[in-house]
Design a protein around this ligand. Structure first.
Ligand SMILES: *Cc1c(COP(=O)(O)O)cnc(C)c1O
Length: 376
């Protein structure tokens, strides 16, 4: 069942089945609901999958990004360079550490942080750069590496993606955070993981997610500030079951993306997700189009909704959100590429089990709506 009784197509929908039920039930029966054996099992299986040295599972993608920026030294009064075209968490984690998120404009093709713009934003207060693999398309990591600063990758949308050199996203050695919210490629309901290569950092993250407890110390001895960012064994059970079916989940998303690309290929003025460069591969997360210039996006959203098709402006520019405008005195016009893209972006329904008929319904509705005068 992928449609509601009213025939509405959901915007996103996880694939959960017998295997998830079986593994979750076995955790419930065991009585070890957290810090049990599935935590390490899930971490090792996930790290192996992306070719990372280790994984440290946490309660959300945001928690993972937070621990990762702390681990590379983002702190009081420093600056973290990141993309203004992202989910708000990638900038918020700098603020959590009383550092300033410094935005730089994006590449108009990949929609990822532009390495040249990031380079121009470096100051003597820059502590790290946080590229986001937006909509699952890998950022140009080789270019960021040449800047010689600590890097944290926001891979929350990019499970299954490959860098331009063919390596798996998450396996490059930098700290990379993945998110497992219900709309992501793999879900644990809520959850996330940080992958990395340096063993000492794994110990630091494992400790900080668990109240700063040192692994070899007594329960009540805490030798550093920590958080409760643990991921339960119930969530890890979901994660292990999802990892077993990850190839088919990713293939399902790629299949739906190909149907969309095929159907929307010649809609005039409509921007589609960029083609893959070199050996780069997108880990399909969402299907976001750029509406033709001059089209009233709100009117398109309303007209699609009347046809039972949900859609969502995605993403709004971070620097223009009221919190960022007011706290950091941002103004329209600072990042023109991001602002243009953000004003035209629309996410369409997208999930692994979406049928050919559903994709056709969305595409026909979008084409019909765009061809009416009411939205122009
Ligand atoms: C999903 C996501 C996150 C993390 O989200 P959580 O809800 O905290 O798991 C971070 N960054 C981006 C770009 C995301 O899409």
């Amino acid at each position: 069942m992928t449609e509601g009784e009213d025939g509405a197509i959901p915007l996103a929908r996880p694939v959960l089945g017998e295997r998830e039920r079986e593994l979750v039930w076995s955790v419930l029966r065991s009585g070890r609901l957290s810090l049990g054996p599935l935590l390490g099992q899930f971490e090792r299986a996930f790290a192996a999958r992306v070719g990372a040295g280790w994984g440290s599972a946490v309660s959300s993608g945001t928690a993972g990004l937070h621990l990762a920026v702390r681990a590379v030294g983002v702190s009081d009064g420093g600056e973290l360079i990141t993309s203004p075209f992202s989910f708000v968490a990638s900038a918020n984690v700098a603020v959590y550490e009383r550092a300033r998120p410094v935005f730089a404009d994006i590449d108009p093709v990949t929609l990822n942080l532009d390495p040249a713009a990031a380079a121009a934003a470096v100051t003597d207060r820059t502590q790290a750069i946080l590229p986001v693999h937006v909509f699952g398309y890998p950022a140009d990591m080789a270019a960021f590496e040449r800047l010689g600063l600590p890097l944290v990758e926001d891979a929350c949308e990019a499970l299954g993606a490959r860098y331009e050199d063919g390596g798996e996203v998450g396996g490059r050695g930098h700290l990379a955070a993945f998110g497992f919210y219900a709309n992501k490629q793999l879900t644990t309901a809520e959850g996330g993981i940080v992958t990395g290569s340096e063993e000492a950092l794994k110990q630091r993250l494992d400790s900080e997610r668990n109240q700063g407890r040192a692994p070899d110390m007594d329960w009540l001895d805490h030798d550093r500030l920590g958080f409760n960012y643990r991921l339960s064994d119930v969530a890890c059970a979901l994660g292990l079951a999802q990892l077993e079916r990850l190839d088919s989940l990713l293939a399902g998303r790629a299949r739906v993306a190909a149907l969309y690309l095929d159907a929307l290929g010649d809609v005039e003025g409509l921007g589609l997700p960029c083609a893959e460069r070199g050996q780069a591969r997108r880990g399909w997360f969402v299907f976001v189009v750029q509406l033709p210039r001059g089209v009233d996006r709100d009117a398109v959203v309303r007209a699609l909704a009347e046809r039972q098709i949900p859609s969502k402006p995605y993403f709004p520019a971070l620097h223009l959100m009221s919190y960022y405008r007011e706290t950091f005195a941002h103004r329209p016009g600072e990042f023109p590429v991001c602002e243009d893209v953000a004003a035209r972006s629309l996410a369409l329904p997208f999930f692994p089990e979406m049928t050919e008929g559903q994709v056709a319904r969305v595409c026909e509705a979008l084409q019909a709506v765009l061809s009416t005068r009411s939205v122009a």
